[in-house]
Design a protein around this ligand. Structure first.
Ligand code: 9D3
Length: 253
């Protein structure tokens, strides 16, 4: 899996890719991530990447030329380009489904915006999609680019040990994770649920499933609609819904 990331803050992006799961996958050659300094694709003495907006107004806009030249150079070096993502607060929300899909593409180019925006011709003629990571205002596309590389990179076989990948099996997909505990069995008067200490693996499995359902219903009821529930699940969920204190305040849920 190959990534090319174009940014005016290459050290910031490199720092985020050096550690952990992604850092290890790069070292082992499973992920090939190259960070490009946008200023290397300028042609003026001052290495100018931005300019004032046509029509006036505050702030600066990233010029199209350096971004187009950067993607040209990447195409030259790689032979082709796969997906070209423009990181933008106005983009479509990035999801786990996008992470899976883009892992299958094999080569992803990520363009990081800064300033008030990016010349619209980059979105229209260079990017294949524009991507936001959520509804909050950041200072640029660099942190979102790291989020996207992490999420896609984890989907590449071998990047995450199978021990950790079991958390995405068909049984748990779409649910929030169940609570976890480790030793001691009692900490400052708070005991670990007895079922987890019982050694009854069937019971433990059922407890985890039910607690995951409880948590999902409580915090992310929007996820419940998509969920395949068996007979047992449905019984449990109906019970939870009956005993749930109904919030009658206007506008909630
Ligand atoms: C005052 C102008 N802003 C309106 C909210 C526009 C704006 C432009 C550029 C706001 C933020 C940014 C910088 N952010 C990104 O480039 C960005 C981003 C984000 O801010 N949130 C979530 N995902 C992303 S992806 C890129």
């Amino acid at each position: 899996m190959t990534f090319d990331i174009v940014t005016i803050f290459p050290r910031m992006v490199e720092a985020g890719l050096a550690e952990g799961v992604i850092g290890r996958a790069r070292a082992s050659g499973l992920l090939d991530v190259t960070v490009h300094d946008l200023r290397d694709f300028t042609s003026d003495r001052h290495r100018t990447v931005d300019d004032v907006p046509f029509g006036g107004g505050p702030g600066m806009v990233l010029k199209p030329e350096p971004l187009f030249r950067a993607v040209d150079a990447i195409r030259e070096a790689r032979g082709s380009v796969g997906a070209v993502l423009l990181m933008s607060p106005a983009g479509r929300r990035f999801t786990q489904a996008d992470a899976r899909r883009l892992a299958g593409v094999g080569h992803v180019v990520i363009l990081c915006g800064r300033y008030e925006g990016v010349d619209e011709r980059v979105r229209d003629c260079l990017a294949t999609e524009d991507v936001s990571i959520g509804d909050y205002v950041l200072s640029g596309g660099e942190l979102p680019a790291l989020v996207v590389v992490d999420a896609i990179g984890r989907q590449v076989p071998g990047v995450v040990g199978d021990e950790q990948s079991v958390d995405e099996d068909s049984f748990t997909r779409g649910l929030l994770d169940h609570p976890h505990y480790t030793r001691p069995a009692e900490f400052r008067g708070h005991r670990v649920p007895e079922t987890l200490l019982s050694g009854h693996h069937g019971e433990i499995r059922r407890w985890r499933r039910r607690e995951a359902l409880r948590l999902t219903l409580e915090r992310r009821p929007d996820l419940m609609a998509e969920l395949p529930l068996d007979e047992d699940d449905q019984m449990w969920v109906r019970g939870l819904e009956r005993s749930r204190p109904r919030d009658e305040k206007k506008g909630s849920e």
